[in-house]
Write a protein of this length. Sequence first.
Length: 148
Amino acid sequence: MTAKNQRLTLALLAVAAVIAAALLALSALKDQAAFFYSPSDARRDGLPVGRAVRLGGMVAAGSVRHAPDGVTVRFVVTDGQASTPVTFAGIVPDLFRERSGVIAEGAFRPDGAFVATDLLAKHDEKYMPPPLVQTAAGAMHETKTLRR
């Protein structure tokens, strides 16, 4: 075997090894992928029962209910066109509240309810940390005082 054939063989083996590693990585990640649904998408496309998905939308006003155990929270996620009841057992994020955005990770049950294993609260683009709000409020108060 000549040096040219050896290099070609080694190059082909390296390419095959890289392709095999990529296929193994993709097959391992396939089970970890979580698809994103809104309540309307879930209604239109059918419920992916038992599959790990993300449900996103707004927490419906007046829908948050805390169970007596102090850990379980029930609420409704809506996108304005459809709604989905959600149950979550755990500590809710600080930004979680009615009429705010939420992404719930979990799975649908056959009855159409969603059981969340994790909650991600979203805030709007007008969000300001509390210290910054106090600074801005103080500056506005000083400006009003100077104008008088």
